[in-house]
Write a protein that binds this ligand. Structure first.
Ligand SMILES: [Zn+2]
Ligand SMILES: [Zn+2]
Length: 453
């Protein structure tokens, strides 16, 4: 008689061959947990550039163009899925949920902010995108039982609020899903990471760590968000701009960064305005759950028609009285920054106005091209450009070393990028005594791994 072998199965569904469309599944016994359902935005942009219409894309065609994970690899275990956990609100982690989640008879789990953003994303889109799954709001540093697996959300710092490391307590051991994180000991809005719990988990024993590898090649510790706040202060408050317009753009979901900008804006004695749909969406979600109260001091204007009106007022009353925060950190066509630069809005740039990019260009060809075009336009208009007034929300090599040291996982699966990036994390793991193929595993989308106890 063959003994029933106990195993943990790990499915690397998406985000292991590109930076985007993250999705992993863990199966132990009769229970499967899905971690993230993300989008790979560049593929949608490519599709639109070639004349395609985004609204026409259904799950099938999105999989075909590589914009969302190909979850057919889970078809045979579909009925065992007990929960879909979203670690944080970024699009590369939740953007595919409106297309894929309905396939699974399971709740969607996340922190209040993550779930609020997901609900807003769905209500924003066409009627076709109705998520039928039950939403289960779970606070950071608490747990939810799904089948025989306990799902724990451990508070971590990143570049958007209420980000978590997802911990699965299974009969075959503990899995830690660390996508995405940084170790910020001086965050500006929230608490520092829950190191206490991470250390406890390390002492208890961690079977597998699935961890991002984006900057595993950067030999440093990622600076705190406090540093970005200081950088912004220098540009906003210590640069001569009294009589000129000042425009800042940043990631719409970076609520802590927006909080710093608002604080500096007040010190400048200027009225702060937020312009653009995605800014309004993420800020409203944060206000819905009482995370911040920007509306008290800030005018938040989402729709184009109202943005036009607001810009007319700013032009009339004098731009030197305002700090304009707007969409367009990736120079996206249609974003407010791009529209102002293209003279499509009632307010036009003047020489010596400042444009501050509190962001980094995501290095995909389309973004690089858009950004170059925008900068050239701004330069022609003699606008002052301040680039990369920003620090990353992702861990660097020395943060990864600390994480691995804390958790002492038996197995490591580098993730959140293709093999070239995964290799950098594997190199670090090798330095720390792990060996490739034995307990560090490189993977591609759609693979299945077994860990035997
Ligand atoms: Zn990510
Ligand atoms: Zn993220």
């Amino acid at each position: 008689m063959r003994l029933c072998e106990k195993i943990m199965e790990i499915y690397t569904v998406g985000g292991f061959s590109e930076v985007g469309r993250n999705m992993t599944a863990i199966k132990v016994g009769g229970d499967t947990i899905i971690l993230d359902m993300g989008l790979y935005l560049p593929k949608i942009i490519d599709f639109e550039e070639e004349g395609g219409e985004r609204k026409l894309l259904d799950a099938e065609s999105l999989i075909k163009i590589g914009a969302i994970p190909n979850d057919r690899v889970l078809d045979h275990i579909k009925d065992s899925v007990r929960a879909i956990v979203i670690g944080h609100c970024h699009l590369d982690h939740l953007g595919a949920a409106p297309y894929l989640a309905n396939k699974y008879n399971a709740p969607i789990i996340g922190t209040p902010y993550t779930i609020q953003v997901l609900k807003k994303a769905v209500s924003d889109e066409a009627d076709a995108l109705k998520i039928k799954n039950h939403f289960e709001v779970v606070e950071s540093n608490s747990s939810y039982k799904a089948g025989n697996i306990e799902i724990e959300l451990v508070h971590i710092t990143h570049s958007t609020p209420q980000s978590t490391m997802v911990v699965l307590h299974t009969e075959e051991g503990v899995v830690v899903y660390a996508n995405d994180f940084k170790f910020d000991n001086h965050p500006v809005l929230e608490k520092e990471p829950n190191y206490h719990r991470l250390k406890q988990l390390g002492e208890k024993g961690v079977k597998a760590l699935i961890v991002e590898s984006l900057y595993a090649h950067e030999h440093r510790k990622t600076p705190s968000e406090r540093v970005a706040k200081e950088m912004l202060k220098e540009v906003l408050l210590d640069t001569k701009n009294n009589n000129n317009g000042v425009f800042v753009t940043t990631f719409a979901s970076h609520i802590a960064r927006l909080d710093s900008i608002v604080e500096h804006g007040k010190k400048m004695g200027r009225k702060v305005v937020f312009l653009g749909r995605s800014l309004a969406k993420y800020v409203n979600a944060a206000e819905d759950i009482k995370l911040v109260n920007f509306s008290k001091n800030v005018d938040i204007v989402g729709y184009k028609r109202k943005v036009k009106k607001k810009l007319k007022i700013i032009d009339k009353k004098g731009r030197e009285n305002y700090l304009v925060v707007c969409t367009g950190n990736q120079a996206e066509p249609g974003s407010i920054l791009n529209e102002i630069a293209s003279d499509n809005l009632p307010l036009k740039f003047r020489p010596d106005d400042s444009v501050i990019f509190s962001s980094r260009t995501i290095p995909v060809p389309i973004n690089i091209k858009n950004r170059e075009r925008l900068e050239n336009t701004l330069k022609k208009k003699k606008v002052r450009i301040f680039k990369e007034v920003h620090v990353s929300g992702h861990a660097s090599r020395e943060d990864f070393r600390d994480l691995i040291d804390m958790l002492k996982p038996e197995h490591i699966f580098p993730s959140h990028g293709p093999e070239e990036l995964q290799k950098n994390l594997a190199d670090l793991a090798k330095e720390m005594g792990y060996s490739l193929g034995k307990n560090v595993h490189l993977s591609k989308n759609g693979e299945r791994f077994e860990i035997k106890s």
